[in-house]
Design a protein around this ligand. Structure first.
Ligand SMILES: [Zn+2]
Length: 248
């Protein structure tokens, strides 16, 4: 092991937690950290994230040149680099197939806004990127329209990616999203969730600032319904939560 031992230890620990939570199976998923020198520490291809060792992690630059690591870096690192390029404030990315969030992703259903307090406070809007073959440039670019205004994106027919100022917080975003999706799926068996009022949802969105989250939505505009998925054109009926959303 040569550089950044703390980041390497943290990445192995987060990998263990991600595997223990069953957010990934076998060699699935990948993690990255933007290092203080501008390069990126990431997980190697074809390794189980539950059993990573610090000295087997890879370092690449933002052009995807591999600088160290015996194994090749994960091919899905293109997705991480696209997020780092677009968001200078982001220092860590978690990609997994967290099953409850992925259930929404494979149904091509956007995460419903205005239902649960915790994701309203800590996630804000969640993107839904169209399907592209994992590991390709098109896959990396599928998230481009959503990255600037979100910290979590469902990847259609694939999984989920979350990102934050450090790796633990990026994992928290996945945990919050997956937990919310699980709760919503449970609620669907007893009639489906009831949506918060416009006033309640706006209050939660405005409270995000107290937790240090920027929110791109025009929260001061009373004509804007923050329960709409604005990332999807603000159309509840077409893309978000409405009477037909849960098939009721
Ligand atoms: Zn994946």
């Amino acid at each position: 092991m040569s550089h950044f031992p703390n980041e390497r230890t943290l990445m192995c620990e987060v990998g263990r937690r991600m595997y223990a939570r069953e957010f990934v199976a076998a060699h699935e998923g990948n993690l990255s950290i933007r290092l203080p020198d501008g390069n990126v520490l990431c997980t190697p291809t074809m390794r189980c994230k539950g059993f990573l060792e610090p000295d087997e992690l890879c370092v690449i630059d933002l052009e995807m040149n591999q600088l160290s690591g015996a194994r090749k870096a994960t091919s899905e690192i293109r997705l991480h680099l696209e997020i780092f390029r677009q968001r200078p404030d982001i220092r860590a990315v978690v990609h997994s197939h967290a099953p409850h969030a992925t259930a929404f992703a494979i149904a091509n259903r956007p995460f419903p806004c205005g239902v649960l307090a915790e994701p309203e406070l800590f996630l804000g809007e969640v993107g839904l990127a169209p399907f592209e073959v994992p590991g390709t440039d098109a896959f990396a670019q599928s998230v481009t329209p959503f990255v600037k205004h979100t910290n979590a994106i469902l990847l259609a027919n694939h999984g989920v990616v979350t990102y934050a100022e450090d790796l633990e917080k990026a994992l928290w975003m996945t945990e919050i999203l997956d937990s919310a999706c699980k709760t919503i799926l449970l609620s669907m068996s007893i009639g489906g969730p009831q949506q918060l009022s416009q006033k309640q949802s706006r209050a939660l969105a405005q409270a995000r600032a107290r937790y240090g989250f920027a929110d791109a939505r025009p929260l001061d505009d009373p004509d804007v319904d923050v329960r709409s998925n604005l990332l999807f054109g603000g159309q509840n009926a077409a893309n978000g939560f409405d009477d037909d959303y849960f098939g009721t």
